[in-house]
Each structure stands twice: as C-alpha cells, then as structure tokens.
Design a protein around this ligand. Structure first.
Ligand SMILES: NC(=O)c1ccc[n+]([C@@H]2O[C@H](COP(=O)([O-])OP(=O)(O)OC[C@H]3O[C@@H](n4cnc5c(N)ncnc54)[C@H](O)[C@@H]3O)[C@@H](O)[C@H]2O)c1
Length: 378
C-alpha cells in the first residue's frame, strides 16, 4: 500500500465519535491504521462541551476542535488548501447523515459516511446526485466487504468457480436486546430505538442492511423483488428486532434474516452461497476462513495462508496466522477510498449507489411486511 499520486497523508475531519460513542472510534483508528491519513479536526458530539473535551483527549490542535459540525465545515473550508481537511467522516445517528454528508460535500470535501446513507429514499437519491455533481469521493462503510476472504469469495464467484449462483442465505444475528429492560435509558445509542431517528426500521435497517449488502457484494446478483416479515418481539418495541426477507431475480433466491433477540449471538454475520458447481460459507466471527464445498470432494478451507487470490492479498497486512479483524477490514475500505481520493486506481468499495440501494431495500422490506409479505419491486 502506498500513498498514491498525492504523496502525502490525507487530512481527516470527523463528525461524531465522542467519548461514549461506538463507531466513530473505529473510523478514526481505521482511517489512520496505514498512516495514509491523519485526524486533524473534529466535531465529536452534539454537546459542544463534550466535543471540546473529546478533541482535547485526542490531543488535537485546539484550534481545530470544533464545538459544532457547522463551525468545523465553515472554518475548514476557509483554510488554505495545504492545511484544510480532505475528507469528512460522518459517524453520527442515522437521521443526521443526509444533512451532514450533504453539507460536507457542499463545502468541497470527500465524504465517508456510515450506513444507512440516509433515512429516506428521496434523500438518498438527492445525496447520490450531489455526489455525482461534486466529483468528490463517497465511501459508505459497509465494512464487512473489507475482509480479505470476502474479496476472495467475490473473486471465486466472478471467475465461475461455483457455476451459476442459485441460492444465497445470509443472516446477521445478535442477542443484546434480550438483556435490555424496556424503557431503560442507556449512556449511548438510545436513538436506535426511536423511529424518527433510526429510520423506518430497527434491526433490519441496523444489521439486515449489512447482510443484504454483503450478499449483493459477493454474488453481484441484483434482486428485483422482495417479500418480508418483520416483528418487534421486545416488550414496548416500536421498531422491528427480528425479520426475514426473501429476495429474487429471475433465477436466484436470496434469504436475509436479521435478529437482535437471539440469545448468545454477538455479531453472527454468516453468508452461504450455493452455485451449480459448489457452495461456500463465510462467517464474520472467523473472518479468515472461507469454506468451499463440492460434492464428492474434501472441503477446502481457504485461509489467508492459501494465497493466490489477488483480491484477498491486497486486503491484508500480516502474514497468515496472525489475525486481522474488524478494524483492518474497515481500514481496507478507507484505503480503497484513499486511492480514489488521490486520483489513482482503486479497489471496489461501497459508494453512494450502494447507499441508495440499501435505503430502498430497507423501505421495501418494511412496506412488504406491512402488507403481509406482499412481493414488492426493489
Ligand atoms: N458500520 C458499522 O459496522 C456500524 C456499527 C455501528 C454503528 N454504525 C452506524 O454508525 C452511526 C453511529 O452509530 P454509533 O453506534 O456509533 O452511535 P452512538 O450513539 O454510539 O454515537 C453517535 C455519536 O455521534 C455524536 N453526535 C450526534 N449528533 C451529533 C452532531 N450533530 N454533531 C456532532 N456529533 C454528533 C454523539 O455525540 C455520539 O458521539 C449510525 O449511523 C450507525 O448505523 C455502523
């Protein structure tokens, strides 16, 4: 991995990622992992005092720790080109993505945005058009596509190793909602239970969207229709915490199950693909192992030690047997986006088109479930 045509570190500004938050910390660690970017500015919280405190804790230049995101975009945009940030990472609750990503683009910056791209379909389409007009790079962090063995799975399917793909099963199962007393307020993330803030869906939007994107990315099948059933099993739950969607194109069937009420499951994102010539399985909790199965032949465990896969090798840093994980996969997407920001060739990464598709997927799943699983177009 090299710094590319730019020959310098890219400068990062982040919105979100305050003291108690989850994914903002992953973003700033992943973005800086390969020393191709440096966090130089941030508006870390909706509470100005907390934002300043977070920036101090990170030992940033106090002049570039901002009380609000509007101040950050305004001030950074006015700095000389060799000082100002190159990109803005949006790691805030779902209902803020549209405004923050749109404003960062309008201020002239590349954008890295966490999923879902927006809460509404029209907003997603508008943002995608804005990205296209701006000529800026937009990375949507469906981070599971950053794992080397996921890249290998895509490459195997693309090369015809599995033959025609006929069935795909993907699930993302978590269990933490079973331990959550109804109505309790948590130190962070309470927005996830509010329809207005999380969006039209709970669990399906939160983790089902990752599962769907993973199936799409690996198989490159574009389903055209969906039928779904969602449930809110948790007492008092306003949004779904369990659901199943069946998707199809003319030939293949894809099933997506998403749960946050399955005891004992933490981040069980599992993908199974059946082709005419073979099947494969990949599990996020053992990310270095891709299993390839063909009737009458021993199972093949494709690890990073296997080598040979261009796509996977470009997405790894350590010799096989030394584990890489969630942060490295996240960093791989950042690197792909950095290549593009620097004007070079880049590996495929989830972008604004995936964002629109994902938001549409969430909405159609919810709409189908509301109509007793009626088949709807995607
Ligand atoms: N890609 C992934 O694997 C993954 C994992 C978790 C969350 N997410 C997504 O990341 C986003 C954040 O999720 P989280 O779990 O980190 O949430 P969180 O509630 O833990 O953190 C959100 C952070 O945003 C800050 N914030 C809110 N409004 C702000 C504003 N106006 N200005 C500045 N900061 C503001 C909060 O103070 C907090 O620090 C969500 O969209 C979520 O869907 C993605």
């Amino acid at each position: 991995m090299v710094n590319g045509p730019l020959g310098r570190k890219l400068r990062m500004g982040i919105i979100g990622g305050g003291a108690l938050s989850f994914i903002g910390k992953v973003h700033r660690t992943a973005a800086q992992l390969d020393l191709r970017a440096e966090l130089v500015a941030g508006a870390f919280s909706s509470d100005p005092a907390k934002s300043i405190a977070a920036g101090r804790q990170l030992a940033l230049n106090p002049a570039r720790v901002y009380a609000t995101w509007t101040e950050m975009l305004d001030a950074e945009r006015r700095l000389p080109a060799d000082k100002r940030i190159d990109f803005v990472t949006v790691a805030t609750p779902n209902d803020t993505h549209f405004q923050l990503a749109g404003s960062a683009l309008a201020a002239g910056f590349h954008v890295v945005c966490d999923k879902p791209m927006t809460n509404g379909i029209a907003e997603a389409e508008q943002l995608a058009e804005q990205v296209a007009r701006s000529g800026r790079v937009f990375l949507l962090t469906h981070n599971y596509t950053g794992y080397p063995q996921v890249r290998l799975a895509r490459q195997l399917i693309e090369s015809g190793e599995l033959g025609e793909i006929q069935a795909v099963r993907v699930h993302y199962l978590q269990g933490w909602m079973r331990s959550r007393p109804p109505g309790q307020v948590y130190p962070r993330g309470n927005w996830k239970y509010e329809a207005g803030r999380a969006g039209v869906s709970g669990t399906f939007g939160d983790v089902g969207s990752h599962a769907y994107h993973l199936a799409r990315f690996v198989t490159q099948i574009r389903p055209t229709r969906v039928s779904a059933t969602l449930r809110a099993f948790s007492p008092g739950g306003a949004l779904d915490d369990y659901g199943v969607a069946v998707l199809r194109d003319d030939r293949a069937i894809i099933t997506v199950t998403a749960s946050q009420v399955t005891h004992g499951r933490a981040n069980d994102l599992t993908l199974e693909v059946d082709g005419v010539l073979g099947s494969l399985v990949w599990r996020q909790e053992q990310p270095d192992e891709l299993t390839l199965m063909r009737n009458g032949r021993p199972r093949e465990l494709l690890t990073r030690a296997g080598g040979g896969a261009d796509a996977a090798e470009r997405f790894t840093r350590l010799p096989p047997g030394l584990p890489e994980g969630f942060i490295e996969a996240f960093a791989n997407l950042y690197n792909a986006a950095f290549d593009k920001m620097a004007g070079g060739q880049s590996a495929t990464f989830p972008d604004e088109r995936d964002g629109v598709e994902g938001v549409r997927f969430i909405h159609q799943v919810v709409a189908s479930s509301a109509e007793q699983g009626r088949w709807l177009p995607l």
